[in-house]
Design a protein around this ligand. Structure first.
Ligand code: CAO
Length: 562
């Protein structure tokens, strides 16, 4: 087993590049051509692959180190059987252990234009694929311009990619793009015609006129922006033009700051790299960043720009054939302030939206005569003044609902495909208004508890809710929910069912109303009830019976005993 030095290969005119990522560690078993480190200059990023399969014995570089062609990256104990399928090194250099770097080109770089190709004269200029080292049949993955566009000198026209590099092909002239000779998917090689640009005299004249690679005799080929992404080409002449400065943290052009393999990974997942926040050095996007972004989108915590454009403001409705959500510049009409939604609001908004869209809601409104019950409640509170437990109408409502759920079991169920899951337990959720939004704590086994115990538990849960201290367990398992606005006001409303429940009771403020007793109007305390129900499970007659029964119990709790 031979100990092999893996060195930085011929990286063209990139004299000193910084190591920004270590992709392996000592002890790792590696394959030939596996990337060991990522290096970056101000113009390109490249992965340096292993020239041999084997085991990494030592890494000779650390993050931040500056390396150049020939610098030793690692010592690899080459596997005996590991033939080295990597290309041979540049003969002039005699560096047996160098393999071609894998490069991406976030940067703009030299763009030598063809000598005497209409630069400055305003004539048509043919833009061809420059010297791209040993990369053959590179695929066009992006077309960045269209005929008729005005292009600047060195503006990227297309992006090409091989399995080892991604590069932008820049325009070798300023002017108007007359013709695009390639499309996404085309395979290109050095010298292939990419586009014809009608040169504009002024821009062309202002640009330097570097010489083309004489060996190739390809006068029209400008080096790709990642010309450093090269294999051990024996005859490659580095570009001679001055390279425009580039800040690696803010890559120019359309390519975000990521290595070719990360770029490929993102494309396979359909991740828009420009929306991924890089956590690597200088904001570089790593594979983990792409994975985290994907997870976040799947969890609904992140929306891609494309998804937002399709469904702005939480659901534009295009998928349903609806008009797009109106886009209004509110500031045009007066001062505005933008405030992010709280975490609870975001979560409940998504749930409410789904429930509203997916459940065919119907709401029945009714009134319950609670005159006697209210008198009993007031008396009870007086009697229990010392206990500190205050009974509100909600405590009685929970007990009354349990009785109605027992009589109408479909209301205490969930829909599971084509089956109804009927529950023999009675866990009642109650909507609680908190500074951060709506939450629904749950009174478990309300059928086994008295109104005093329920009231006490409710007060504790409501306090925890307002303090943001409810646990997930305290908010799960409800079989039916009550949303009481009685302490606030209003007459009736349409509560949204809390899926997978199938019904919810909305309650508003009771008030004394004249009620006809057959002979005369009597002043009675009436409680407005609004029952929303899932029409896939419940029908209107059942809902009317449920409300009527609830009203009877609230009017006279002795009915529960019958
Ligand atoms: N009619 C008349 N008065 C009522 C009433 C009703 N239906 N319900 C409660 N009240 C009275 C109470 O008796 C109490 O009066 P006093 O202060 O004189 O004793 C007062 O209103 C305040 O009651 P409360 O709201 O503190 O207590 P509660 O048990 O009725 O409700 C809770 C507790 C946590 C549910 C409630 O505070 C709350 O958050 N409600 C909002 C729910 C909500 O936002 N629903 C909407 C969901 S859909 O967006």
């Amino acid at each position: 087993m031979a100990l092999v030095e893996v060195k930085v290969p011929d990286i063209g005119d990139f004299s000193e590049v910084a190591v920004i990522e270590l992709l392996v560690k000592p002890g790792d078993t590696i394959k030939a051509e596996q990337s060991l480190v990522t290096v970056e200059s101000d113009k390109a990023s490249m992965e340096i692959p292993a020239s041999h399969a084997g085991v990494v014995k030592e890494l000779k570089v650390r993050i931040g180190d500056k390396v150049k062609e020939g610098s030793v990256i690692a010592l690899v104990e080459a596997a005996a059987s590991a033939a080295t399928p990597t290309p041979q090194p540049t003969p002039q250099r005699g560096e047996g252990a160098t393999a071609p770097a894998r490069a991406s080109a976030p940067a703009s770089s030299a763009s030598p234009a063809p000598a005497g190709e209409g630069r400055g004269e305003g004539g048509p200029v043919e833009v061809r694929v420059p010297d791209i080292g040993d990369f053959k049949d590179v695929a066009v993955i992006e077309v960045l311009v269209k005929p008729g566009d005005s292009v600047k000198l060195e503006q990227s026209l297309i992006t090409v990619e091989s399995d080892k590099a991604s590069m932008e092909i820049p325009s070798s002239a300023a002017g108007v793009l007359k013709e695009l000779k390639v499309k996404v998917g085309d395979k290109l090689n050095i010298g292939d015609l990419v586009a014809v640009v009608q040169g504009s005299g002024a821009a062309g004249a202002a640009s330097p006129a570097p010489q083309p690679s004489p060996q190739k005799g390809e006068g029209a080929a400008a080096p790709a922006q990642a010309a450093a992404a090269v294999a051990p080409s024996t005859d490659r002449t580095p570009p001679t033009a001055a390279l425009p400065p580039h800040e690696p943290g803010t890559p120019t052009g359309s390519l975000p700051h990521a290595s070719p393999s990360v770029r490929k990974f993102a494309r396979e997942l359909g991740v828009p790299l420009e929306e991924v926040k890089g956590s690597g050095p200088k904001g570089r996007i790593t594979q983990e960043d792409v994975q985290a972004f994907t997870k976040s989108v799947m969890a609904g915590d992140t929306r891609t720009k494309a998804a937002t454009a399709k469904a702005p403001a939480g659901g534009g409705g295009e998928a349903l054939g609806l008009l797009p959500w109106p886009k209004v510049d509110f500031a045009k009409f007066g001062p505005v302030e933008r405030k992010p939604l709280s975490r609870i609001k975001k979560i409940s908004a998504a749930n409410l939206h789904r429930n509203w869209v997916m459940i065919p809601h119907v709401t029945n409104h009714d009134d319950a005569d609670i005159t006697e019950l209210e008198a009993f409640r007031v008396a009870t509170n007086k009697e229990n003044e010392k206990s500190g437990i205050k009974v509100t109408m909600l405590g009685f409502l929970i007990k009354a609902c349990v009785a109605a759920l027992k009589k109408f079991p479909d209301f205490n169920s969930s829909l599971d495909g084509e089956e109804l899951v009927l529950k023999s337990y009675y866990h009642i959720g109650f909507a609680a208004d908190t500074p951060n939004g709506l939450v629904v704590p749950v009174i478990k086994d309300a059928d086994k508890k008295g109104v005093l115990a329920i009231s006490q538990e409710m007060a504790e849960l409501a306090k925890k809710a307002r303090e943001g201290k409810l646990t997930p367990a305290e908010m799960s398992g409800a079989t039916f929910t009550i949303s009481s606005l009685g302490g606030i006001g209003g007459r009736y409303f349409t509560p949204i069912i809390n899926a997978p429940e199938v019904a919810i009771l909305g309650v508003c403020k009771s008030q004394t109303e004249p009620v006809w007793d057959g002979k005369q109007f009597q002043p009675r305390l009436m409680l407005p009830l609004s029952l929303s129900w899932d029409h896939r499970v419940i029908d209107g007659a059942s809902a009317a019976r449920f409300n009527a029964y609830l009203g009877q119990i609230l009017a006279d709790f002795r009915r529960v005993l019958l």
